[in-house]
Design a protein around this ligand. Structure first.
Ligand code: ADP
Ligand code: MG
Length: 329
């Protein structure tokens, strides 16, 4: 199978929304009137972001999911994406499930594959997504990192920490009951981008980010961009690790401090962390219901810079090193 057969067989689809898809030198997109384009790019490298033997269908899903998660964080509606792919060899047994996993998620979000590049080389997947955000009275409705204000509440969607728990188990540094691993592994390998929630939070949230490197590290990006600080209630946050909640096994196997570490600094969660004024509490819950995505209020934005952690009694926690992921740290 040659390069162009491969593209035709696995990566060429009808593109009703795009003006022009795969096959020419450029794709053509037409943003709807009154919208601006949101663009994001994420690369997945074998050995760094995934294991060589990972299920190709799950990998296809995740490669697009991490990009859709960035659109979600901006409140953008997915429109299209491009796929730059380096492959060691043109193997149908890999390409078929990979493109199936990728395109199933794309179809679920009406996000059209409109172009890309294909080359021989060590497996590397780079996707660029394009989304739309409304502009109302000349103002972009995009959710940015810079909009948090003192007094705002801090929220996070869904659950946190399970992806990292699965990663530790797969690396062999932690033993998990098989059923727990299966559940946690699903979170690691097939994350759900919170696209509907991001859109529902437009005009409600004051700032947002998607949690890819760990909650605290990603929250710090909001704090820095907004010039504020925050206090997080760890007695609420600790309940966000789904695989350890109300399960007797976890108590013996994973210390509370470790559970908290997974929640606060696990990474690969692809949930949304966001802020909203206290006056918007009902609107936030309405957005969560509309998006069928639970959200939990875990803290508050304050004028003093820095991120503080408290326990259930409001006592400051001793400084921990809940370090978030950094490729070059
Ligand atoms: P060019 O030489 O102009 O860069 P290519 O020969 O690389 O174009 O690609 C031919 C067409 O196939 C282009 O429309 C390109 O966008 C598309 N394409 C190439 N690789 C992929 C891929 N992995 N997925 C989707 N479209 C692709
Ligand atoms: Mg090319």
């Amino acid at each position: 199978m040659g390069e162009f057969d491969l593209i035709a067989r696995y990566f060429t689809r009808p593109t009703p929304r795009a003006v022009l898809g795969v096959g020419d030198d450029c794709a053509l997109l037409q943003p709807a009137p009154g919208t601006q384009m949101a663009i994001s790019c994420d690369m997945l490298v074998q050995g760094r972001h995934f294991f060589a033997d990972v299920d190709p269908a799950a990998l296809g899903h995740k490669a697009l999911a991490v990009n859709l998660s960035d659109l979600a964080a901006c409140g953008a509606t997915p429109l299209a994406f491009t796929l730059a792919l380096a492959l060691p060899l043109a193997d149908d047994a890999w390409l078929a499930p990979f493109s199936r996993g990728l395109l199933a998620l794309a179809d679920a979000h009406g996000c059209e594959l409109v172009g890309g590049d294909t080359t021989q080389g060590p497996l590397n997947i780079c996707i660029t997504v394009f989304g739309e955000v409304p502009v109302v009275h000349g103002r972009s409705q995009a959710l940015l990192r810079s909009g948090a204000r003192a007094g705002d509440d801090v929220y996070v969607s869904g659950t946190l920490g399970d992806a990292r728990l699965a990663l530790d188990a797969l690396r062999g540094t932690r033993a998990l009951p098989a059923t727990v691993l299966a559940e946690a592994r699903q979170r690691l390998e097939q994350p759900t981008p919170r696209v509907a929630l991001g859109q529902a939070l437009r005009g409600v949230a004051s700032a947002a980010i998607d949690v890819s490197d760990g909650l605290l590290g990603d929250l710090r990006h909001i704090l820095k961009a907004s010039g504020v600080g925050a206090t997080i209630d760890t007695s609420i946050a600790i309940n966000l690790i789904a695989s350890c909640t109300h399960k007797d096994w976890a108590t013996g196997l994973i210390s509370l401090n470790n559970q908290l570490e997974y929640v606060l600094a696990g990474g690969d969660d692809y949930e949304l962390a966001f802020t909203a004024p206290a006056s918007a509490r009902e609107a936030v819950q309405a957005a969560a219901r509309q998006a069928h995505t639970p959200v939990t209020r875990i803290g508050r934005i304050e004028p003093e810079a820095g991120l503080r952690l408290i326990d259930g009694q409001g006592q400051a926690l001793p400084p921990h090193s809940f370090a978030s992921f950094d490729h070059f740290a």
